[in-house]
Design a protein around this ligand. Structure first.
Ligand SMILES: [Zn+2]
Length: 135
């Protein structure tokens, strides 16, 4: 253990990102190091909300953390690798793309059934995990 965080979460700089948040995908078996959050009004306006609640920000951060550990959007079946035991498209997933259906992420009550299956498949068992280098 050291004082260097594996993943840093910070506010975005002016015009740096346009979505609520932006994570980074892993590189060379190491998780993405940065998550940027955008609290600017124009990123939030298109949801019809004036601001996001703590729960909604938690969901945004959960979604971005998913990217940082290598999970793609659940509604873009042509990108990434489908995980055994999960459907090609999971419309209840917290990994739904926020630019397609932002309310799915914001209103999420946590990981969907298939989010949990995918996470277990990727990280549960050191010997069989798809991403064992990250743990
Ligand atoms: Zn995303």
């Amino acid at each position: 253990m050291n004082n260097k965080p594996d993943i840093t979460i910070r506010l975005s700089r002016k015009d740096e990102i346009r979505s609520f948040g932006l994570g980074e995908f892993p590189r060379n078996g190491v998780e993405g190091k940065l998550i940027r959050l955008n609290i600017k009004k124009d990123a939030i306006d298109f949801t019809g909300r004036k601001r996001l609640t703590k729960k909604e920000w938690k969901n945004v951060i959960t979604h971005e953390l998913g990217h940082n550990v290598g999970i793609n959007h659940s509604d873009f079946p042509k990108i990434g690798t489908q995980i055994l035991g999960t459907p090609r498209i999971d419309r209840n997933s917290i990994m739904t793309s926020s630019f397609n259906r932002p309310l799915v992420v914001l209103n999420s009550k946590g990981l969907s059934k298939f989010d949990k299956i995918a996470t277990k498949k990727m990280y549960n068992n050191k010997n069989t995990a798809l991403c064992s280098k990250i743990l």
